[in-house]
Design a binder for this molecule. Structure first.
Ligand SMILES: [Zn+2]
Length: 111
């Protein structure tokens, strides 16, 4: 499983998730690029009041930055403690099950 970033064919701006219109140049044509590999943890938080489809007492969420500059949110699946600036690996996994349908998203784990 893979999630994509989208590069504007006019100006080269890279974004995730996909937009209809580029916020830099107004372009509407995008080329998908795999969004994977090593990320840097920018910030994180623990959430105790979780939405439907997550059968856990709490989850840790982080905002990370890929080497290409794209920033995304996702779940943290760490064995140890999180700290800002740490290098993590971006995996794509099932993160919720809503009415029997599996939803995928990023899970960030130790390298
Ligand atoms: Zn553009």
């Amino acid at each position: 499983m893979e999630l994509m970033a989208y590069r504007c064919r006019t100006c080269g701006k890279l974004t995730h998730p996909k937009r209809l219109v580029c916020d830099v140049c107004g372009g509407r044509d995008w080329t998908p690029e795999p969004l994977a590999g090593e990320v840097t943890l920018l910030t994180y938080t623990r959430v105790h009041n979780l939405p439907e489809g997550i059968d856990k007492a709490y989850l840790d969420f982080g905002i990370v930055e890929f080497a290409n500059g794209v920033r995304v949110t996702g779940q943290l699946g760490l064995k140890g403690e999180a700290h800002t600036g740490m290098k993590l690996r971006a995996d794509v996994d099932v993160v919720r099950v809503v009415q029997g349908e599996e939803k995928v998203g990023f899970v960030f784990r130790e390298l």
